[in-house]
Design a protein around this ligand. Structure first.
Ligand code: HEM
Length: 494
């Protein structure tokens, strides 16, 4: 759609969408909103508020118009924000590399690409993405990770890592005169997650203290830099120049490169899971980009997931005891025992639903695209539309997830809702929390991630009884969401 057509439609108030249902318009300036409806220097650290700004004045009686909102200004193509699960599912299914399918919109990832490279599985679109996807299928596939002969070795090394770290925490707790210690658990989880990926998955060899003191802080600083560098690249460069942070940035980058080398070192000996990487090895730079993405992305996502799970369980001591009862005698964490830990699995699903780590997915319409939403409704999204799939709010949609459907309010942490849904014959396929995405661009690391997070959460519950230090925790959102209080817990040995 041309610049002039956009301008004309914007002035005349023509809705650029088409179909049986239409998104409603958000204006650039309106009263009564928490902030402006686009990221800028004053609001980019509170992206969930920007979403709220989109919905704030949606007064229509029509649910579709309230959940699907667009901004249309200055000759630019429309920006569509949706918290409608049916629209989200449809767009995810129509994303891919076939002509006319939606692309991942890379504009909110410009900073990420400057650090990790442009040809990674996360950033690339089209043919390049497809090639990477095929290469990642085997090493991360459920069939590979959960092969009995592979799995037992793999599970043993993962468990050894967690047990070693929990022993340190347990010893510290034993030595302390206090029965209860207060700790920010997030900073304990981060190095464990990185260690599992580098040493266990990639068969690398890096000391825990080095991970904790050098690599985790460098990666976290880089992740923070990636966000600022996306929103305000020029200002971020000037700020670094003035504060002398360029040298620090160089150090963080060097740390990421060193860690990438450590992860790659096992490739020739085929240690860790390298024997299952085949095609990727041909393209050295793409391989490096992917390893960087796996390191930074996986650290963020798995830490977020585990931190939220512990944070929710810390608010509900009775539920925590029920999970403990279920897993206390479980010593082998293989796919069969995992499947038997029904409540733990429900807690994990409920965590990803209520507090998804990746809280929005960016997409771009490469052509005018018709979506079939159900038997009666179709929606046309015009070419060039920038799309933000608002997973955070979609997963709290009372109409889809609330009391009438699941027996519990949508905005509460209630793992028992999954039993209600199952009894009603509503499967996970009908009702999706999109915690790992859906469709062609679904997360390749989902089985590895579930395994890692399940192990960390399960092992923690087995060793400690824990309570939340704060009654309620708000979310802080950057690349992923995390509990706003850094998961501050009062822990006590069982
Ligand atoms: C356990 C926590 C994790 C969560 C909650 C998570 C979540 C997600 C989600 C929601 C997406 C889809 C984004 C979209 O559609 O735009 C995604 C994509 C991706 N994830 Fe994960 N992830 C996790 C762990 C991992 C791990 C452990 C790895 C790798 C080691 C990984 C690598 C990736 C990559 C490369 C993509 C892009 C895939 C593509 O575009 O085809 N993730 N993740």
């Amino acid at each position: 759609m041309s610049f002039f057509k956009n301008i004309w439609q914007q002035i005349m108030g023509v809705n650029p969408f088409n179909g049986d249902v239409l998104p409603s318009r958000v204006h650039l300036f309106e009263r009564g909103r928490p902030c402006l409806p686009f990221p800028h220097l004053l609001n980019y650290k509170t992206p969930l508020l920007i979403f709220d700004a989109f919905y704030a004045n949606a007064k229509s009686q029509d649910l579709f118009e309230r959940d699907n909102r667009y901004l249309y200004v200055m000759g630019m193509p429309p920006v569509l924000l949706t918290r409608d699960p049916a629209v989200i599912k449809s767009i995810l299914l129509a994303t891919g590399d076939k002509p006319g399918q939606f692309d991942r919109d890379t504009s909110p990832m410009a900073g990420i690409a400057r650090v990790t490279g442009v040809n990674s599985l996360l950033y690339a679109n089209g043919k390049l993405w497809r090639k990477q996807k095929q290469m990642s299928a085997r090493p991360f596939g459920r069939g590979t990770l959960f092969q009995p002969e592979e799995f037992h070795e793999f599970e043993k090394t993962f468990r050894a890592t967690i047990e070693k770290r929990l022993t340190v925490l347990r010893d510290a707790q034993n030595m302390s005169k206090e029965k209860v210690s207060r700790i920010e658990i997030e900073q304990e989880i981060q190095p464990i997650m990185l260690e599992m990926l580098v040493n266990n998955f990639f068969g690398g060899s890096v000391e825990y203290t080095e991970l904790r003191e050098r690599y985790v802080p460098a990666l976290l600083a880089l992740i923070d830099y990636m966000i600022t560098d996306t929103v305000a690249p020029n200002l971020s460069a000037i700020h670094r120049l003035m504060t002398g942070k360029n040298a620090a940035l160089q150090e963080w980058r060097t740390a990421l490169e060193d860690l990438t080398d450590i992860a790659l070192a096992g490739r020739d000996k085929k240690s860790g899971h390298w024997k299952n990487f085949t095609g990727m090895v041909e393209d050295e730079e793409a391989l490096r980009s992917n390893v960087r993405v796996f390191l930074a992305g996986a650290l963020e996502a798995t830490t977020s997931f585990a931190a939220w799970a512990l944070s929710h369980l810390a608010q509900q001591p009775e539920l925590q005891e029920e999970v403990f009862g279920e897993i206390k005698d479980m010593n082998v964490y293989d796919p069969e025992s995992l499947a038997e830990a029904k409540l733990l699995n429900q807690c994990m699903d409920e965590t990803l639903r209520l507090t998804p780590s990746l809280y929005f997915f960016p997409r771009k319409a490469t052509a005018d695209t018709w979506l079939k939403l159900d038997d009666t409704k179709k929606l046309m999204i015009p070419k060039g539309t920038t799309i933000r799939l608002d997973i955070w709010n979609a997963n709290r949609n009372e109409f889809f997830w609330g009391k009438d459907v699941s027996g519990y309010p949508a905005d509460s942490f209630a793992p028992a809702r999954w039993d209600v849904l199952a009894n009603e014959g509503i499967s996970r396929k009908n009702l999706m929390h999109f915690g790992f995405g859906y469709g062609a661009r679904v997360c390749p690391g989902q089985f590895l991630g579930m395994l890692e997070v399940g192990l960390v959460v399960g092992a923690f519950i087995k060793v400690f009884r824990f309570r939340a230090a704060n009654k309620a925790t708000v979310a802080r959102a950057g690349v992923t969401t995390k509990p706003g209080d850094n998961t501050l817990l009062d822990i006590e040995l069982r």
